[in-house]
Ligand binder design. Structure first.
Ligand SMILES: [Zn+2]
Length: 323
């Protein structure tokens, strides 16, 4: 009787152990997540979504990078927008829908091709051109994630995008269907809500709007933090990665990131030196020198003077001298 009781107890324990483990494996794990009390914002005002309608003529793609990692692209706005997509047996993770027409298509495409729902949408930062369309995925059951500083501009600027479900501070790890994705907030760089997303098993990174691939940084460095930008690029250069999607154009490599870092540091130093020499803007912008390599980058003709302007603004806002 005692033996029977012992073996019954052992069986029960074994059952509970395996049942618990099975449950733990099937459940997604989010480490570092903070859940947003969305009831506080349910009546928030939003501006019209100017790209709200489906676009049958949209040029778009969802192509394999390696294994379960894919890249989506679309041309809703003339400059191509992109983001990585991870397909797991427990659902998909999408980075930056990049506006509503693309989101409508991508949500259906993932369901049709891979027979899994989109579980998480990661917004790399709170800018409309990348975060737009997140509401389409949320309406279909996905949870939307952004670094915590992204909530203020989404609400304050009345962005017509999803109100995020989940935020984090420095790091968030998502474990889903046997895959791992890590969101890193290194520093303010391009906006103060920037997430760099790593896929360790694929040596891949999402570095939207901060990374460049023989391309000029956009215009006058909108929503720019110079120190944090360099800190972020230095962090990227220390990572073991060989595929870096930058949210536009073609993906970067560590070599193009290094060249971009050198360009930014050189531009900053030149502008600082010229300002310290007492040069006015009208003199200064004519005296900044660009290397032949930088002159060959995509967008040089349109972006170079605007880049000087953005750096001049940063430099003059961050020095004092004698007064
Ligand atoms: Zn941006």
């Amino acid at each position: 009787m005692v033996t029977k009781l012992i073996s019954f107890s052992l069986c029960l324990l074994a059952f509970l152990f395996f049942a618990y483990n099975g449950l733990a494996q099937s459940r997604d794990t989010l480490i570092g997540a903070v859940y947003v009390n969305k009831s506080l914002y349910k009546d928030r005002e939003v501006l019209p979504d100017v790209y709200g309608k489906p676009n049958p003529r949209l040029q778009k793609s969802l192509t394999q990078v390696k294994g379960n990692l894919y890249r989506h692209t679309n041309d809703t706005i003339p400059s191509l927008h992109s983001g990585l997509v991870l397909i797991t047996k427990a659902g998909a993770i999408v980075i930056d829908p990049a506006l509503t027409p693309a989101a409508i298509w991508l949500n259906d495409e993932i369901k049709k091709r891979f027979k899994v729902p989109v579980k998480y949408v990661i917004l790399t930062h709170a800018h409309y051109d990348h975060a737009g369309g997140s509401q389409i995925f949320q309406q279909n059951g996905a949870k939307v994630i952004i670094q915590k500083n992204g909530l203020e501009p989404i609400i304050g600027e009345k962005l017509p995008i999803a109100m995020p479900d989940i935020v984090y501070d420095k790091q968030l790890t998502i474990k889903l269907g046997g895959e791992t994705v890590i969101l890193h907030h290194i520093a303010p760089s391009h906006s103060n809500s920037m997430s760099i997303v790593s896929f360790p098993a694929y040596k891949a990174l999402q570095l939207t709007d901060v990374g460049q691939s023989n391309t000029m940084p956009y215009n006058d460095f909108l929503d720019f933090y110079y120190d944090g930008w360099i800190e972020t690029l230095d962090w990227v250069l220390q990572q073991d990665v060989d595929y870096i999607d930058i949210g536009h154009y073609t993906p970067a490599t560590k070599e193009t990131i290094k060249n971009e870092r050198d360009y930014m540091v050189d531009l900053h130093q030149q502008v600082l030196n010229l300002v310290r020499q007492g040069q006015s803007w009208d003199q200064l912008y004519r005296n900044v020198k660009f290397s032949d390599k930088v002159k060959s980058w995509y967008g040089f003709a349109t972006m170079s003077k605007l880049n000087i302007l953005g750096m001049h603004r940063w430099v003059t806002n961050h020095r004092r001298g004698v007064w």
